[in-house]
Design a binder for this molecule. Structure first.
Ligand code: NAP
Ligand code: MG
Length: 477
């Protein structure tokens, strides 16, 4: 049984109610988390405020950096334990769960080094005046985390907020709490003061909503769906609380006839298969220049047919989806494809060892998907790749920009001038040329435009959202 983690102590929820934790690989419960409510959220916010006022804001930037570095090392030491927890809780194949734990350690390392490099400015002004700016923490920051990459999103969001000097209250998704509770315990072990990191579990519409409404939260970092992002931004607007929104995407991979397909194809497959397609930056639309369309589909079809889905512990190409309702969502999209006569080029397999009760979906390749169809417009959040052809560069740009999202775009071409033109013309927060998110990019600012959200996390840029700028003007004659 898992408890909340408030002020460095394990605490049961005020309601005494719990929620079962399900292993997506077999659909069976194996643990329980607290079903918290507004009273628990209030306790966490008070703990964070007390920590900020009484101790955390007195830490120097260098001291915060040292603590974050110790936490990075502790997480790195505990990678095997965190990998197993995540594998069971979220159905991630071992290598993917491990990559998340290592990324978490890397986020803390990056932000450890960043703490004492966050400078203000001095600004030339009128004669007899000196003006400078300070970057001050907000105070208590709230973090609503989704289930698809709990450790990575915790790393980039809470890591950045702590580096900037905030105390944090975290609401993980109810499907993915275990690794984050463990990481908060590790933070206490390495010396974070009580209240610097608080974890309150439960349902989004209950305790997530309580976080959004709480007047003691000074900034909200939300990662999740556009619909819930809108709700949170509306609630926060009532009390003028700033919000960073990291929402979804329908990201295009754009392949020109001159592209190096040996490099492009494995990256295209990985971008839709990683985490069973449940990735905000999944490359879920493939736009291919007409002259190579058929030949590319033959090669890609063969790669899809070789893909295997199965229990997380077998460490195959993909594990199960997170829960039954997510599996049903993907099935609904696929039956719409069938009803619209959208041709299926290829499908991978679910291995025989996969229990019937697990939430599996074979990777699926669909071609000639009309740009206006919901398959080409909405997030499926499963291992389904929608392919369409384009005539020329203008047509590629038109198709790439034809959704309400704008998170990531991949462009595959060896024409240098076209690389620049495409990077300029595609509406998205990130553009990858001849790669797709290689290396994880802890150092690289990340976020969206349009319905993919606003504000940036990751990199040094995140520290700007997690601070507020104070301008101080002196008249000294
Ligand atoms: P979600 O339903 O929006 O949930 C996200 C988080 O919000 C969860 O912790 C959820 O809690 C909580 N929540 C739900 N209702 C709430 C409410 N009324 N008030 C406050 N919090 C509430 O999304 P999801 O199903 O977890 O994740 C999938 C979506 O997230 C996809 O659209 C994906 O693209 C997007 N995503 C974006 C990024 C990015 O960086 N841009 C990264 C990852 C995911 P419960 O789950 O416990 O109810
Ligand atoms: Mg789970």
């Amino acid at each position: 049984m898992q408890l909340n983690f408030i002020a460095n102590t394990a605490q049961p929820s005020a309601s005494g109610q719990t929620i079962a934790v399900i292993d997506p690989s077999d659909g069976q419960p194996f643990d329980a988390i607290q079903r918290s409510n507004a009273a628990d959220m209030d306790a966490a916010v008070r703990a964070a405020r007390h920590c900020f006022d009484s101790s955390w804001q007195k830490f120097s930037a260098a001291e915060r950096g040292k603590l974050l570095m110790r936490l990075s090392q502790r997480v790195a030491q505990g990678v095997d334990e965190l990998t197993l927890l995540e594998q069971r809780d979220c159905g991630k194949p071992t290598r993917q769960a491990r990559a998340d734990a290592l990324a978490l350690a890397r986020y803390f390392e990056f932000y450890a080094g960043a703490c004492d490099k966050l400078h203000g400015d001095t600004i030339p002004y009128m004669d007899g005046y000196s003006v400078l700016t300070w970057r001050e923490p907000h105070g208590v920051t709230g973090h609503v985390i989704p289930w698809n990459y709990p450790m990575q999103i915790f790393g980039r969001s809470v890591g950045g907020a702590l580096a900037a000097g905030n105390a944090c209250v975290v609401k993980p998704a109810e499907d993915a709490c275990l690794s984050l509770i463990r990481v908060a315990q590790m933070a206490a072990e390495v010396g974070f003061p009580a209240g610097a990191i608080n974890i309150v579990t439960g349902y989004g519409h209950e305790v997530g909503d309580a976080l959004a409404h709480h007047p003691g939260i000074d900034h909200i970092s939300f990662t999740g769906s556009p619909a819930v992002g809108t709700l949170i931004a509306q609630v926060a607007a009532e009390r003028h609380c700033p919000v960073t929104l990291e929402l979804g995407g329908k990201s295009p991979q754009i392949v020109f006839a001159d592209a190096d397909l040996d490099a492009a194809l494995p990256a295209i497959v990985n971008a839709i298969v990683q985490n069973a397609g449940q990735t905000c930056s999944a490359g879920s639309r493939l736009l291919v220049e007409q002259s190579i369309y058929e030949a590319l589909l033959v090669r890609l079809g063969a790669l899809f047919e070789a893909l295997k889905a199965g229990p997380a512990s077998l460490d195959l190409d993909l594990g199960p989806l997170i829960r039954q309702s997510q599996q049903q969502r993907v099935w609904d999209f696929l039956s719409d494809a069938q009803a619209a006569n959208i041709p299926m080029v290829a499908q991978g397999q679910v291995v025989d060892a996969a229990p019937e009760t697990g939430f599996y979906q074979a990777p699926t390749l669909l071609r000639d998907v009309p740009v206006t169809h919901r398959l080409a417009q909405q997030e499926i959040f499963g291992p389904v790749l929608c392919v369409m052809a384009f005539r020329d560069e203008d047509h590629a740009v038109e198709l790439a920009n034809a959704t309400r999202f704008g998170l990531v775009a991949g462009v595959w071409t060896n024409d240098g001038a076209r690389q620049f033109r495409m990077a300029r013309r595609v509406h998205s927060g990130q553009v990858f040329i001849n790669n797709y998110g290689a290396g994880g990019g802890v150092e690289l600012p990340f976020g969206g435009v349009k319905s993919s959200g606003y504000g940036r996390e990751k990199g040094l840029e995140a520290l700007h959202s997690f601070t507020t700028l104070k301008t101080v003007a002196f008249r000294h004659g």
